[in-house]
Design a protein around this ligand. Structure first.
Ligand code: SF4
Length: 306
């Protein structure tokens, strides 16, 4: 997974750092003063780092919580995000991180509790996966336990974990109902063409079904692109798993089609209403500067035109 671990000297003996390092015993370890030395250095080769990333362990000081931009769909008006992880091991061609981050090395800020502590009081939606994927490194990072503790203490907050993976086995059963596991969904052709390293849409749906049965609140984000509809066989399989008398998560005969102005894509939703926590339908969201950079990075192998 990683080639090397960089760790800030000041946290070298931190309990969480020791735990993470113990799970990667064969990797070379390099002590640094500050994560910026590695993450922001000049002349980095993003695509090469994508293939051979390093893990950078740091402690986040200063501003940790941000207001979520208005154009990001969320189930509550008051919405925040934080990034205890910068970077992702998967490699979606359209990922805004290609434009937003200077490096494909992955930074983990190990003081998770401080991020939660900085959230303003009151009812709000909180995304914890704005610049990372919640499940891709969970076995290594152990973030979810901290999220569960916070969600238990602050029921007025809706905390979101978000993923394109399907490896949720290590997550606890029956977490608090204000902790949501959401899946970013694509159809199969978009997945095959543009989402290297992620679980197939079918596996994501099956994982959602399984986690629903294990007491998790589930949500879906149908974005940022669909080439065509989810295959019917995938939706049917999903229905078969959930549409029994004990489940009211899906309806077996309700397919909704949404068309969006200026887009050819159609989205067929084989899911309906409560107790699905929410779903959103989004578009590719990237500022023009980020887009230019992402295009430059991707110029050798881009199959998606944006
Ligand atoms: S899974 Fe999400 S964060 Fe990771 S590369 Fe894909 S779009 Fe980016």
């Amino acid at each position: 997974m990683f080639q090397r671990i960089y760790v800030e000297k000041k946290i070298r003996k931190h309990r969480r750092v020791l735990e993470i390092i113990s799970k990667l015993p064969n990797l070379p370890l390099v002590e640094i003063e500050n994560y910026g030395e590695i993450f922001f250095r000049k002349g980095q080769d993003f695509l090469l780092q994508k293939k051979f990333p390093s893990l950078v362990l740091s402690k986040k000081e200063g501003e940790r919580v941000q207001k979520m931009p208005d154009f990001c769909p969320a189930p509550l008006k008051e919405k925040y995000y934080f990034s205890h992880v910068l970077g992702c091991l998967m490699d979606c061609e359209y990922c805004f991180l290609r434009g937003a981050l200077p490096s494909a090395n992955v930074v983990v800020f190990i003081n998770y509790e401080d991020f939660f502590q900085d959230l303003p009081a009151g009812k709000a939606f909180v995304s914890t996966a704005f610049e990372n994927d919640s499940l891709s490194m969970e076995n290594l990072l152990g973030f979810v336990k901290v999220a569960v503790d916070y969600a238990n203490k602050f029921p007025e907050k809706t905390i979101e974990l978000r993923t394109k993976m399907a490896n949720a086995d290590s997550l606890p059963e029956s977490p608090p109902s204000n902790l949501i596991l959401s899946f970013s969904m694509s159809d199969e052709s978009a997945w095959k063409k543009h989402e290297a390293g992620t679980a197939s849409p079918e596996r994501r749906l099956l994982c959602a079904a399984k986690m629903k049965q294990r007491g998790w609140k589930i949500a879906f984000h149908f974005d940022p692109l669909f080439d065509d509809s989810l295959p019917m066989r995938t939706i049917k399989k999903f229905h078969n798993l959930l549409a029994d008398e004990s489940q009211d998560f899906v309806s077996t005969n309700c397919y909704r089609e949404k068309k969006f102005r200026g887009q050819k894509e159609k989205v067929f939703l084989g899911v309906r209403g409560a107790p699905l926590s929410y779903f959103t339908v989004g578009r590719l969201r990237m500022s023009s500067d980020f887009r230019k950079k992402a295009r430059r990075i991707s110029s050798l192998n881009l199959s998606l035109k944006f």
